[in-house]
Design a protein around this ligand. Structure first.
Ligand code: HSE
Length: 438
């Protein structure tokens, strides 16, 4: 049986999970791949921590050079994370002719093009199933299973931290701050959670999915990103009254040459399966021209789900190596020469429906001023709700619009904010209806 030598860079939570799988499931993996996946070395500066996994003498080392410079290592698994040393090691490993498996979405979304070019020059593979959606096999699905399809749209919950927080607000009425604290206490949110709650982790993953879906090179800065810290229980309660829930969605829609790419809190009807993805779970709903709607659901993080995805990439490369194949499936789902620069639809040109909540001092005429502004900008109101009546305090006025142009809606919000009777900036949440489910 052919032996494939593997080196892991970084033995944190996921690195430990990958080591466990390679060691404890070696018989299953051999019987399924026809190769012996030999964990030759693991490099991590901390070699003393108890990781609940037994390494033979000399396997766990402090120095990455013992992997990068070892000519016997066939596959390097980069699990350091971030864009610093991880980038340097990834490029060095590729240049040395080693295949690389990584879970690093921040690195791929920022420097994917450069890294893919290095892999091409070195004629080696780069695999990244665990970078997006944890254990959900979304990368292989986009790259291989949907090859005969044009991807019309994707709507995805790609951040477990945000989904957990929104679920707490929705099901328990927690404030954002309380829900975040609970997520941190349970270990679902980082001590420094801004990458997650500001939406950037989701945008990194959306960049990867968009590249695979459309064969495009996408600039991260072209993705519109909003986080969830503005979401209040009152908005989730209003959403529920209208038959909706609020999720942080990563959305991609194809309009021929142009593609929408946006991450923001989104109202979705309870009839949309994504509305029932709760807690830390992730899901991706894809609408493709031949398959129609397809959906994947699973753990987007966690030691063993993520390790399972990493090992699936190792096994793919091993299966290639035992038949002397490589680069069988293009890294980004399209041969590099066919990848085009992305043309992202500017947000101002987006058409969708909107939820607008204003806190209005309940004076006569305030509603007509608001609706007058919306009317002047060509924004048609589907429904208006005003709850409560209080001559002195502001009361919530909630409007749902018909489909409107974002540019006009933003102008309307600016003008409404300037009214004397509107003490705070109105809350704006985009609505996505079930157009993929029909
Ligand atoms: N921090 C991410 C999340 C997991 O909360 O989903 C890693 O991508």
């Amino acid at each position: 049986m052919k032996q494939i030598n593997i080196g892991i860079l970084g033995c944190g939570v996921v690195g430990t999970g990958v080591a466990k799988l390679l060691l404890e499931k070696k018989d299953l993996l051999s019987s399924r791949t026809g190769a012996f996946l030999h964990l030759k070395r693991v490099a991590d500066p901390d070699t003393q921590r108890d990781r609940d996994v037994h390494f033979d003498e000399g396997v766990l080392v402090p120095d990455a050079e013992q992997i990068l410079e070892d000519p016997e290592i066939d596959i390097v698994v980069e699990l350091i994370g971030g864009k610093g040393i991880a980038k340097e090691y990834t490029i060095r490993a590729l240049e040395k002719g080693k295949h690389v498996v990584t879970a690093n979405k921040a690195l791929l979304s920022a420097h994917g093009n450069e890294i893919v070019k290095v892999a091409r020059t070195a004629q080696v593979d780069l695999a990244f199933e665990a970078s997006t959606g944890g254990c959900m096999p979304i990368i292989k699905t986009m790259r291989e299973s949907l090859i005969a399809n044009n991807i019309r749209s994707m709507s995805a919950i790609l951040n477990g931290t945000c989904n957990y927080i929104l679920t707490r607000i929705s099901k328990h009425g927690d404030s954002f701050e309380k829900a975040l604290k609970t997520a941190q206490e349970k270990g679902f949110a980082e001590a420094e959670p801004s990458l997650d709650i500001d939406g950037h982790d989701s945008s990194h993953k959306l960049a990867i999915l968009n590249s695979l879906a459309h064969g495009i090179d996408i600039n991260l800065d072209d993705i519109h990103v909003e986080g969830i810290s503005c979401i209040k229980p009152i908005d989730i309660r209003f959403a529920a009254n209208f038959g909706y829930d609020i999720k942080l969605l990563a959305i991609s829609k194809s309009h021929g040459e142009q593609v929408e790419a946006r991450v923001h809190p989104t109202m979705i009807p309870l009839s949309n399966p994504l509305a029932h993805v709760t807690g830390v779970m992730n899901a991706v709903a894809i609408d493709a021209d031949e398959t129609g709607p397809t959906m994947l659901y699973g753990h987007g993080a966690g030691m063993m789900p993520t390790a399972s995805a990493v090992v699936s990439d190792i096994a793919d490369i091993a299966r290639n190596l035992i038949v002397s194949a490589k680069r069988r499936v293009p890294i980004l789902g399209y041969p590099e020469d066919n990848i085009k620069k992305a043309d992202i639809l500017p947000m101002k040109d987006l058409y969708t429906r909107y939820y607008i909540r204003c806190a209005a001092v309940d004076n006569p005429g305030v509603l007509s001023k608001i609706s007058g502004i919306l009317g002047e900008l060509g924004i048609s109101i589907e429904s208006v709700h005003q709850k409560g009546k209080n001559a002195n305090d502001a009361v919530p006025v909630v409007m749902i619009t018909h489909e409107a142009k974002e540019e006009n809606v933003i102008r309307a919000i600016d003008r409404i904010s300037a009214l004397d009777s509107i003490p705070d900036k109105p809350v704006l949440i985009r609505i996505e209806d079930n157009n993929t489910q029909e």
